[in-house]
Design a protein around this ligand. Structure first.
Ligand code: C2E
Ligand code: MG
Ligand code: MG
Length: 568
């Protein structure tokens, strides 16, 4: 080792002559030397002891100063302004004579990658690459443009790094998965600019609710995530989740609109709930799913049982997707009775799923799932057609009520579907009653009202089902002239021992009477309940007392010959 670096045509004279960069412009420089001086890569040559023997023009430009020969490597690094600490690896390489790369910061904001390589003939070559833009690009690639938060890739990177660090110390860390409740309604009714502004406000609140060192990310749509490291768990995550539910749930003002959204939160904690990023995110997601299923606006921690429940749900989902093609659905018909006469006025068609291995699956279980995965559109159309076909064959023109899911209003084809079914089955439109819940009106009121008016124009009747369980009931009754209000069974059931339930039933019955709408009390099971709803002025009753849901043949038999069913 020692002596000037010599390689190829390099004649060994350069280092001795080199004092500072301007000296390189001396005309007598041999061609190879000149090439080194002008090469595009910033280059510094050092002798075996780590003393600068040569620096080209690019190196001088990078450092914004000449690099004098004779400078030691640490002194050279000092020119980077605070780079000594980061560049500590480089002097180390002088000792071990192994190639090494290190990132340095220049002028406070420029990032430079330095590579020191020993030369076979002795000494070292130190090259630099300005990676500022490259790093900035990488940072941008990890940023979500709308809110400026970290994106999914960024979160994954930070989570990987935090997990690697935590693996060493055994310290726990929490991942919180967030999903806004009711955001879609805002976006659909007020438009994307308002939706975007709202998301930015939510992002601001998330930043405020968290510590500087927490990572807040937007994963897309109205989904966010937070990585909380270096805190006592699960207490810190629980406190944060509670704060988020409160803060995000407060009213926003955007463009003069008062907006209310909520947030559901799922929490997973490493290492107990997962040791790698994918597992943790998946488990936080399962906990979020649970939070949403259990009423939204709340948080849940991951529990191992959720994995099994998700598997069960997936398997139910697979079966449900096939059920229609495999003809596993059937309809039951529950009589509706006019209180005044005791006469059956019609039936409600209720979907039944008979699975060969599972047995009968409750609509309360499969209908929400069918709505979630969208298959309710096909199933609902099947139910409508089957119900109308059945009713068209009855010996009396009794009415047939069919339930519509809010999801069926979204595709824009509902009016056409109903029209086709009526034409195919030959059912008099006046005999068809379509039952909708407040859920349908919640989402996109104007377009739903258009569909309702379209249906009404076909001559069918529209009922408001499960009335009293939603929250803007009265305004909807005013917006659309329903033919019938069905009072939710929870009020009927509560009448016997809760005076308020009686008062609500009475109020709805009166409201119906004054708006010219019929009122049906649902879920009447006892003679006492029947007396009570009669006294409150309801016009119809539908419940186990007056008739359970029954097979089609039995319903048809009930109508023929004309039968009067005594309700009490
Ligand atoms: P719903 O439309 O309010 O239907 C009434 C539900 O109350 C039926 O439950 C019926 O069996 C039950 N019921 C009637 N009388 C009594 C009673 O006296 N006591 C008690 N405890 N229950 C009574 P089912 O058949 O389990 O249906 C549950 C829900 O599933 C329905 O509530 C409806 O929302 C939905 N559903 C049923 N069929 C369809 C369908 O074809 N399409 C859609 N989208 N939803 C449907
Ligand atoms: Mg119904
Ligand atoms: Mg109902």
């Amino acid at each position: 080792m020692g002596g000037p670096p010599t390689r190829g045509g390099f004649n060994g004279t350069l280092p001795g002559r080199m004092s500072a960069l301007p000296a390189l412009s001396i005309p007598a420089i041999p061609p190879f030397e000149a090439a080194l001086a002008e090469m595009a890569v910033p280059l510094v040559l050092l002798d075996a002891a780590g003393t600068v023997t040569f620096a080209n023009a690019r190196a001088a430009a990078l450092l914004s100063c000449a690099v004098p020969a004779g400078l030691s490597l640490p002194a050279l690094l000092a020119a980077f302004g605070g780079a000594e600490a980061e560049g500590g690896l480089l002097p180390e390489a002088l000792r071990t004579a192994r190639p090494v790369r290190s990132r340095l910061t220049l002028d406070g904001d420029r990032r430079v990658e330095a590579a020191l390589a020993p030369l076979s003939a002795g000494g070292f070559a130190l090259t630099f690459e300005d990676v500022t833009e490259q790093l900035r690009g990488a940072a941008l690639a990890r940023q979500e443009p709308l809110t400026g938060l970290c994106n999914r890739v960024g979160l994954h990177d930070r989570l990987d790094a935090a997990l690697a660090e935590a693996a060493g110390t055994g310290a726990p860390l929490a991942v919180l998965m967030l999903d806004l409740d009711r955001f879609k309604a805002v976006n659909d009714t007020l438009g994307h600019p308002v939706g975007d502004a709202l998301l930015r406000k939510v992002a601001e609140r998330l930043r405020k609710a968290t510590r500087r060192e927490d990572v807040v990310a937007r994963l897309g749509g109205d989904e966010f995530a937070i990585l909380q490291a270096g805190a006592e768990q699960p207490q810190a995550a629980e406190a944060l989740a509670r704060r988020l539910v409160d803060l995000v749930g407060r009213t926003y003002v955007v463009d003069g609109h008062m907006l209310n959204v909520g947030v559901s939160v799922g929490v997973a904690i490493a290492p107990a709930d997962g040791r790698d990023a994918d597992d943790l995110l998946k488990h936080a997601d399962l906990a979020l799913y649970r939070a949403k299923a259990e009423g939204r606006g709340t948080y849940r921690f991951f529990e191992p049982a959720m994995n099994a429940q998700m598997q069960a749900r997936r398997s139910l989902e697979i079966d449900l997707r096939r059920a229609l093609a495999l003809k596993q659905f059937d309809l039951a018909f529950q009589p509706q009775i006019r209180l005044e006469t005791g006469q059956v006025t019609g039936f409600e068609a209720l979907l039944r799923w008979n699975h060969p291995e599972r047995g009968p699956v409750s609509p309360a279980l499969f209908i929400p799932l069918a709505e979630e995965i969208g298959v309710i559109v096909g199933i609902g159309e099947w139910a409508l057609r089957a119900a109308c076909r059945e009713a068209a064959g009855w010996s009396q023109p009794a009415s047939i009520a069919v339930n519509l899911s809010p999801v069926q209003f979204r595709g824009g084809k509902l009016v056409e579907t109903v029209m086709n079914v009526l034409a195919q089955t030959g059912l008099d439109p006046a005999r068809l009653e379509l039952e909708i819940t407040e859920g349908a009106l919640l989402e996109n009121t104007d377009s739903v009202l258009d569909v309702l008016n379209g249906l009404r124009a076909l001559g069918v009747k529209i009922s408001m089902d499960d009335f009293g369980t939603g929250y803007s009931s009265l305004s909807y009754l005013q917006k659309f002239p329903f033919d019938k209000i069905k009072i939710d069974q929870s009020f009927v059931r509560g009448m016997e021992d809760n005076a308020e339930c009686g008062a609500i039933v009475r109020a709805i019955a009166r409201l119906g009477a004054s708006l010219g709408m019929r009122t049906t009390a649902e879920g009447v099971e006892t003679p006492t309940q029947l007396d009570a709803i009669r006294a409150e002025g309801c016009t119809e009753v539908q419940g186990y007392l007056t008739g359970r849901p029954m097979p089609a043949a039995q319903a048809a038999a009930l109508l023929s010959p004309p039968t009067a069913v005594s309700p009490a």
